[in-house]
Design a protein around this ligand. Sequence first.
Ligand SMILES: Nc1ncnc2c1ncn2[C@@H]1O[C@H](COP(=O)(O)OP(=O)(O)OP(=O)(O)O)[C@@H](O)[C@H]1O
Ligand SMILES: [Mg+2]
Length: 338
Amino acid sequence: MLRLLPWKTRLAVDLGTASCHISVQEAGLVVREPTVVAFEGDRRRPIAFGAEAKQMLDREVSDVEVVRPLEGGVVADFDAAVVLMRHLIHEALGHRPLLAPTVVTGLPTRGTQVENRALVNVLRAAGAGEVVTVPRALAAAIGAGLPMDQPECRLIIDMGAGSTDIAVISGGMLAAGETIHYGGNDLDEAIRRYVHRRYRISIGSARAEDVKIMAGALRPEMVGEEVRLSDVSDDNGAGAEKLDGIAELMRGALKPAAAEALWIIERLPEAQMEEIAQADSLLTGGCAQLRGITELLSEELALRVTAAPDPLSCTILGLEAIANDLDALSLDGRRFTR
Ligand SMILES: Nc1ncnc2c1ncn2[C@@H]1O[C@H](COP(=O)(O)OP(=O)(O)OP(=O)(O)O)[C@@H](O)[C@H]1O
Ligand SMILES: [Mg+2]
């Protein structure tokens, strides 16, 4: 006879382009790993996950393939995503035997059916039972502490590595929202090309991200420390560089996201626009940590934009709050009243 396992648990999962977070009911956040997996050989035997696999990026090892399963916030390599999620869910549950757990997860605020189904199917194939979905911007707003019981409209922008969700939230519900497949990775790519054009040095995407975090800024006076562009920089005639053009470059690279937010705001009814202008608009996601981004968005949108504390954790904290209080979520997953 099948022995019934004594417990069934609920997980919150934020599967992002750059990193994956998992919270377990009552235990809280237990997994925070880069969304990267490494395979060996033609048969794709997984050999490293998360941080360990990320270290293998940009390093060419024969017979090893290092994969980022998500691109632009959507599943780009289904099988790799399943392998990674299966491993991380097991890790989150402490490798205990389990009944297929209920998983609460975020979807692009405006994703296509195909994109949404792929994310849900990854989780199912990785061992999830029921999958409850909510728009990512709603989860980020809850995690950032935006009150869900107030009718006044608030703007939230969640800018991650591969996508940016822009939404207007009112009374715990999405009043408007959009997703663009554009984020921090696109800044890294712009930096990579700039370094090549200007210094004739080829750097990989991981190095470009380091440069962005260490030296990047959206205003010249905020540009950070000097960076070594490459370990062999002397051979290339370039030592540690203060990248003076980087602020201008990054401002240009951020234009599409700012333009999209403006497009949404300008199409709101006037009363909603006024409500948004009354309170701070919130920026979440890793890009909220870019030097000068709140100033840039405040200028471009003619609003007061502030970064949420701990912006990298807002989405998972929101999903965790929902997982702990599923009765407060509407059936379509688009309204959370608590
Ligand atoms: N201190 C920092 N300064 C600037 N950028 C940062 C900093 N820390 C992280 N980032 C950037 O934030 C991005 C990752 O953010 P986040 O973890 O929110 O993305 P994600 O949720 O995995 O992706 P997405 O939601 O787009 O699928 C990366 O582009 C990373 O380079
Ligand atoms: Mg995200």
